[in-house]
Design a protein around this ligand. Structure first.
Ligand code: SF4
Length: 244
């Protein structure tokens, strides 16, 4: 089922949850024979996973899609993630590229490789060094990176307060906001998905629409990933202790 044009560039402006799903998708595409490239110019197809939580994130996604299209005008563009479910019309109206398709990440994987997204996720371990959103090589101007200097200024202010009053506010701020702005800023973390989307239908929230139907990962899958991570961490810390 491998596509003839199989070099794919992936990018996103989504949150940690959707970014994780894009990494699962990437792993599935690679196991289905696709090559993931790091610059749009080298791609036959672009997959963009967009956030639709607010207008400015939709604007940011559309800007990036336009930027990518300008750099790779012949690449086919597929938009996925929450924005594909919530704001497809807006993207269609404002994107420069005329040929854009919209699919869920599971549909992308199924249609190109025949593989099942959840089956790939069962054995997937994230590569924490792989961060499409901050890959300096792709050169995209992104909201998350633009927020970076603002956050750095907040951290500097908090560090000043910490020095004066002996508090630890800067560390707490960095820990609590790292998923939103800078991934792994303080320490690496292993994500283990337990559920996807949400059971409820609150009127103020678009997550059920954006993230699709609620699904629950089998308990044994969650436990086996947790065991793998904790044994890796124990081994690593044993090794570190053994060096001193
Ligand atoms: S809409 Fe919500 S769930 Fe979807 S990428 Fe944005 S923040 Fe994440």
């Amino acid at each position: 089922m491998r596509d003839k044009n199989c070099r794919i560039f992936l990018a996103h402006n989504s949150c940690l949850n959707s970014a994780y799903d894009l990494k699962v998708l990437s792993a599935g595409l690679v196991s289905g024979g696709y090559e993931v490239v790091t610059r749009p110019e080298d791609a036959d197809e672009v997959l963009f996973s967009g956030c639709s939580v607010r207008g400015k994130w939709v604007d940011d996604a559309i800007n990036q899609i336009n930027e990518i299209h300008a750099r790779a005008p012949d690449a086919r563009i597929t938009v996925t993630g929450c924005i594909a479910n919530v704001s497809a019309e807006t993207v269609r109206d404002r994107a420069v590229a005329s040929m854009i398709s919209f699919q869920t990440q599971a549909q992308v994987l199924q249609s190109r490789t025949g593989l099942d997204f959840e089956a790939i996720d069962r054995s997937f371990s994230q590569d924490t060094s792989q961060q499409y959103e901050s890959d300096p090589g792709n050169g995209l101007s992104q909201l998350r990176q633009r927020v970076g200097p603002e956050k750095a200024a907040v951290v500097a202010q908090l560090q000043k307060i910490d020095r004066e009053f002996g508090t630890a506010l800067a560390l707490r701020y960095q820990r609590e906001t790292k998923g939103f702005v800078f991934y792994h800023e303080v320490e690496p973390a292993e994500l283990i998905t337990v559920t996807r989307s949400c059971l409820y239908r609150c009127s103020f929230c678009s997550i059920p629409k954006g993230r699709g139907p609620f699904t629950s990962v089998p308990f044994e899958d969650v436990m086996s990933k947790a065991r793998a991570v904790s044994s890796f961490k124990c081994n690593t810390s044993d090794e570190v202790q053994g060096q001193h």
